[in-house]
Each structure stands twice: as C-alpha cells, then as structure tokens.
Write a protein that binds this ligand. Sequence first.
Ligand code: AKG
Ligand code: FE2
Length: 971
Amino acid sequence: MKETTTIFRSVLPHEPLSLNEANGFVHIQGAFLPKDVSSTSHSGESIDNTFDSTKAELSNEAAIKEMLFSALSVNEDYLPTDSPLKHLQSLDEFSPIEIEVTVEQVKKNEDTKKEMIPCTKARIMYSTPYIARDVACFLRHHKIAPSDLFFPQRSNMKVEEECKITYSVKNIQATQVTQIPLPPTHISWPRTGMPKFRRLLIHEHMYNDAQAVETIESERKQTRFVFMTNIINYDPTDGDKNNDKTVSDSMDSLDMSMDIIKKMRSDPHLFQDAVRSAIEPIIEKVNASLDMSESNDSKWLTLPPEVFVPAKKQIAPFKHCHIGTRSPLHAQALIRELQNQQITINVNGTQIKTGKLYLDFADVTQRSAAKSNRMQKQDPSLQLTLIGKDFDLPGESSKPECTSTTNDVVVPGLICIHDFVSEDEEQVLIACLTGPNAPWAPEQKNFSKTGAVKRRVQHYGYVFDYESADVLRNRKDEEEKTLCPPMPCLPGDSWTKEMLDLFSDNAVKEGSGWDILAAVVERTRQTEFDDNDNEASPVKKRYPDINQITVNEYKRGQGIGSHIDTESAFSDGLISISLGSDCVMEFKHKDTGVKKLVHLPPRSLLLMSSDARYIWNHQIVTRMTDCVNGKVLPRKTRVSLTLRTAITLPSGEGKNDTTPLAKVETRVFPPKWGKVSESEELEDEDISTPETEREHVHAVYDAIATQWHHTRGKRGVLWPGATKFLKELPKGSIVADVGCGDGKYFPAIWEAGSYVIGTDISEPLLQTSIGACANADTNKAGPQNRQVSSSKMGLNSRPAVAVGDCMHIPLQSKSCDAAICIAVMHHLSTSSRRIRCLKELSRVVKKGGMINVQAWALEQESNSKRKFAGTDVFVPFNAQPRYLNKVNANGEKKSQESQNIDEKCKGVAEMYSDAYEGAEYDERKGLVVFQRYCHMYKEGELEDLVSKIDSLEMVGSGFESGNHFVILKVV
Ligand SMILES: O=C(O)CCC(=O)C(=O)O
Ligand SMILES: [Fe+2]
C-alpha cells in the first residue's frame, strides 16, 4: 500500500457509504503476533523463543500480511467446512486488494500503565466500501478469533511455520474506516452516487417513542428518505413480441409517446428534474410554515430535497425514486400530500400524469442491522401512527412490490400439486436448463444486456411461434437448421412409476438433467388428475399425448402478460411446473373480470384444464416480490416447464375433435436446434472451437487474467498430487505445462529440478506468468515469483511460454519428457475435443514419458463449498472492474492492457458486461459476473477417454481436492 498521510476515520453507523470512494477499508486489531514478540501462545503455554528472523525470508509484518492475505482471500476448497470463514468466502470479490500491517506495543490498560503488550493492526483494502462493510460486520458478528482465521490453514501455510505466529484468544476487533472526511454538516449525503436504499421498517426507529426519536434525531439529525412509487408505470418488457401482451397495472390515463421514454432513457436527469420540480411546492409550503428563528439548523431546512432515481438498467426505471429530505417534516409532508394522489409531472415540456402514488419512509442504514430487525415482529398498524394523519391505505394495486393474498382459490379446472418434482431433481434440472448446453430459442440466446430484459425460452418437440401463435415443427422458413430440438425421452417404453423414480434418482447422481426432464415428462403423462370441475362424477384426467415443452426463464422481476394459450395450437390440459422460485399467478375471468391469485411454490405442478384453460386468462405480474398469506416472498429466478399437447384442429370442428401431433423425441443429449446429423461419429471428428468455449472460456480468461493471477495464482495453492508427480520426474526433465494459465506450477517444476515450457490459449493470462520477471533480483522462487530467479537458475531467464490451443499444442512431437495438463480438460465442451487434447499430450511427450491430467469432478467432497448440479454447468466468476481490460463507452474492448479505474469503478462496470459475451453486471456490488463453461468429469470418465488412445497407458488415477486425475505413460 502506498505511503499515505491521509487520516482514516471510522465510518459512522448511520453514515451513507460513499460511492466516491473507489475502495473500502477494514481496520482490524489486536490479534496475532509473531512468536518472538509475544510471550505466551493462545493456549497459555509458554513458547520457545526460537524464532529466527534471519531465517525467515519475510519480515514479521510481511509474514502477517502474507498470512492475512491468504486467510482472507477466497480459496477454492481448503478451508474446512466448520470454518466461519466459509461463509464470507463464498464470493470471490471478498478477496482483499491490499493489506497494511503494523506491529506495535500498546498499553494493556489504564490501571497497569506500565504493562505494554504487543499488538497487531492491519488495514485491509477492498474494492468497494460495501464489501468492506460486509467484511467488518461479518468479523464482528461472528466474533472471529485469530485462530479461526489461521488455524484451518496451518498445513498449507509455509509462512506460518517459518514465522511462528501466535494468537491471542480475544476476538478480532474490526471497524470499517474511510479516508473521506466527515461531511461538514449533518445534512449532506453523497450527491454524485446513489446511496443503497432499503425500506424503513416501522419498528426500527419507533417514531411514536419520543425518547427513541430523540436519540435517532441526534444521531441522524434531520435527514429522512422517502420512497415513492407508481410514478410512471412503464415496463420496457411490455413491448416484447410474445403471445403475452402485458396488461400491466399501468394507469389508464397514461398518454405518453415512446419518444419521451426514449429521451428519459438516454438522460435520466429528465425524470429526476421532473420529480424534483413536482415536489418543490410541497417543500416550499412546509418551509413557509416553519419558524426560522427557532434553531441554528434553520438555514438547511430551506435546502431542496434530493431525488435519487433508479439505475438505468432497472426493469421499471421510471416507476419509482427515492427522495432525500432535509427534515422529517419535509418527508412527512411529502407522504401526506402525495399519498394515493395522481399528479402531473413535466418531463422536458411533456405533461405526464402519474399513477396513484405510493410513498413510504426509506433508509440507507446497514443491511445487516435491518436484517436482524426484520426478524422481530412488525406491527403494520404503526404505519398510520408514524405518518400521523389518517388517510386511506393505498389500494392493493398501488402497494409496491407486493400482491395481496387469496386463500382457497377456486377456479374450475385448476389443480396444483405440491412437490411434484423433488429438490434434487429441481437442482439438476435448473443447472441443465440454464447451463451451457441449453438450446435457447435463437433470438433470445444472449444474456440480456439492455434495460429491456427479455424472458428467455426454449422449445422442445414443437416451437410455439409467438408471431403466428401456432405450433410449428420448424420455424417459418422451413430451413433444416431451424428445426426445433426434439423432446428428451426415456430409453425404451413401459415405464412403471417405480422404474421412473429409480431412473430419475440415478440421473440426479449422474448430473444428467436431460434424463430427469424425460422422466418428469413421463411422470406427468402418467399422472391421474382429480377432476375438480366435475365433482358429481369424478373422472380422472390424463394427458398421455404431451408432445411439447416450453421452458420459460423468469429473472427476478420478469413476468408474462395476461393470455389464454392458443386454442387451435394446444389441446385441453396445460401443465406448468415451477422450478427455483415461488411465484403468484393471476387468473382473470374472460367475461366477469374476476381475479384469483394462485401461489405456485417451487417444484409444484399446476394443471389448467376446462374453464381454467379456456375462459380464464393467466398472467404473472412483473414484480420483485409476491405476498402470500401475509408473508412477503422475494422472487428468485424461476424456470418453468410448460408441458402441452400440440394439435391439428380439423377446420370447422370443435375443440374436442383434435388430433395430437406426433411426438418428436430424442436420446441424443443435449437436444439441439437444426437437423441432428445421422452419424454421430462424423460430428465427433470436429475439433473446431465451439462458441460456448470462445465466449465462456477463452474470452472469460482473457478478461479476468489480471484478477485471476492476483487473487488465485499468487497464492500458489497447488494440488499435492501434481507437486508429487513433478518431484518424481527425473531431474532435468523438460515438462510441458499445457494450459499453464498464469504459471502457478512453474516454481514447483523448477524446484523439482526440471524445466518448463508453458502453453495457454489465453495470452493475457500467459502474460501474467512472465510478468513477475522483475522480481528476479529478490532471488526467490515462491508464490510471488512465477519464474525462476537468477541465483537459482544461473541465468536471469524467464520460462519459455507460448500461446497455443491444446488442440494443436505448439510443440514438436516427442519434444518433452513429461507433461502436465491441470484444470484444462474441464473447459473442453465436446468429447472429440477432450480426446484430441489427450492425443496432443501424448504426441509432444517422448515414449516412456509421463503425463498428469487433472480435471474437475462432478463428485465433490461433502465439505466442499462447490457443488455441481450437472455435468455441464456455468461456474460464475465475480470480476472486479478495476482488474478488467479496457473497454470504451460503447462497451467495446479496446486493448489488452489492464487499467486502473478506481475512480469510476462502479460507473463503468456496466460497460464490461456489454463488452464481454456471457458477462452480467451485478449492480449492487458493482461487479461483472462471468460465466465459465465447465464439464464435470464423472468417476471413470477420464479413464474411458484414455482407453480410446492407443499410445497412452494408465499408470494411476485418483481423486483429490475435487478433481479427478490420471497419471499416464506414453507407450
Ligand atoms: O411460466 C408459467 O408457469 C406459465 C407459462 C405460460 O403461461 C405459457 O408459456 O403460456
Ligand atoms: Fe400460458
């Protein structure tokens, strides 16, 4: 960390965090000491003072820094399950950026003034103040002792052995600190950034308790935040060409051209200014009634309130805003005057009538505090006392993010079966249907990049064409490549229920989502549904002809407009299976308009038949939460399976004389769009790079290279098996490290007395493997040094590295004595490419030479935080924009050089998600989330591949740290 004279101060409990601050800092104290400084160990035993600082390569402070860095960094798997740190480490971005450590003597306490004890202080820098806050809260709330931080890793920590660090028993004291000076007055809040708001819970501040009010007043002075919603109910997803013309809650009187929406989208200040001028008169009225002579604070009361508008990317960007007021009186006046009102706002000269406004108090205090408060009971009646004036509670529709509840819904023909799918099945199904092999309908293949979020869909068997509202085998132009993927089916027929369950259990173990989908379809076809429509003579209903699946993915906040599924396209009996999230489906009678709200829990099956299918519209309203029997259920990503029977309808005849279309099914997984080649063999020969790998492997590593090296490579956690393999090679071997990445294994190869030639397809990653050359003069080969130092090597040389694809390793045949290929094969997406990689390894290694291949395993240890729900999955990587390569304002990649964008970190993060395919922007954290394609190897799978190659002999195989490995000999 750079020397700095800037003073750090604690962040106050109610202080809004500043987005001006690119980094966040946590200060921890009083915990861990090198043995030579302290006199007793944490267990109270006296310790030997054998610490020899001349032996240690690092100073005490540097050693502690090293350990802290390692302990607080996210490390794949090496923390035991019971470590409290596991919780914190579930996210990559929690890795510290810099740590500054000082060890000093401090007075023990005031009474024993003389007694000085050693104390360690560290200031840890994180990428944003929000992460720093999370870490500080975590350390405090979990009462983390130094031993919790370090002990679990002892075996992995050479530094610890060398430096003999000892621990005090006291918990680590953690505070969030900042360099930003306190605002000069209590009335200011950051104007340039958006504070993170949350709803203010009534009981939190107990406004009806005079004493509490006083305390809060003195703490937070006069600032109050108000949330206002239903301003403009414009939802950009409404315009989709779906069968679902969204009948959102939009107000009837809204008469607004797309033009003004476009203008507002390009300049959110227009909306902000419009709201600000609309509320100004109310504030002025309050100000006029105030006695300005009363208090010193009077001058600030006249300051205007601040309007915070949602970020551009929000689904309903002009629906709500937050208003920061200078006084509780302002806030109350706004809530009183505007509650349930429709007002007219002036956007750049255009008059827009708002919906019925709903306002409530909001806050910017810590989320964790809010969370614990939320556990306490809430009394909704307090809402009225709070505002201090009787007025009608806003109607259901104007309540933000919440629906009302309906118990015992009766819609004739509607049946909901809970737990139709098991939790295990659900997990694997979701991983498969949202994973790398999912055949999204072409126009919706990409992750959403703009505000107009499109629901992604998949079709199997028949395409539902949203334009013609009909079912088609292929899309309009009849081209073969537009043939829709067939439905996955079971092997053979005559499946009993027991056989189905067994089959599905096994598919769960094998991570095969397609088999589970096939089993769930068959289970549905076999289900006998009660007929709640016809209680007098109950007949069971069955739908054995189901021949079409539509998969809908609803990201949080997405929905589907009110509709009745096309009658001429599908028979009676529509089935919707919900996965991943609760949701409320709204049914509205076609003629009477009667509405019924139905709660669909995850894993449930909903059958719409007879009336429910033909005379009730169904809809999922776009919103973030649902309210079921008084309980607010936040929505998560919901994946639904709509199972239907596509039909031909002879003209002129009734809906009962329909013929189901033929089933189109397959056992070739993953089902794909287009004509499936007759001979699978032919396809197997193809080793060209699939798009999935380009976007979700190559581009990702190029983009994240710097961070990868910084947060993972540098810590140099090596698989012991690989190190052992290297040690056993004859000294002086030339070792090809295929897919060497940032050269994590280079020092180990050197230490084993061999020479390395590293190849990798990612040039930026390869750059980091040679970048540490400048450290050659420190004479150290260590985790910080990828290559070998001058003293050890006799030469000031760098390792030989080359950019190259493992499909064509850029080395001559038989040029190496051995090869390692670690964590590479799990990024290859076809079996032909996996076989080719092994063939290439065997080609470059001499006869008799050894090869070590390691790849991620489907089967993870029970204590691992990694769990893979399928064989082909996306594994997210949270990237901090500051590490990413440069992009310009249009989201185009500019160059490979990495840049420092501390200042504008948050603001530009969005651009990165535009520049990189398969990356999404996490707004809350200001991070770019990349999805890495991974194929998880089942036990024995590597061995099977090896057996296909004559020139390779299996010498050993095994499992370590979540990976399968094979040791091969070239014969
Ligand atoms: O997602 C759902 O549950 C319903 C989907 C639906 O109504 C449709 O695809 O027609
Ligand atoms: Fe539908």
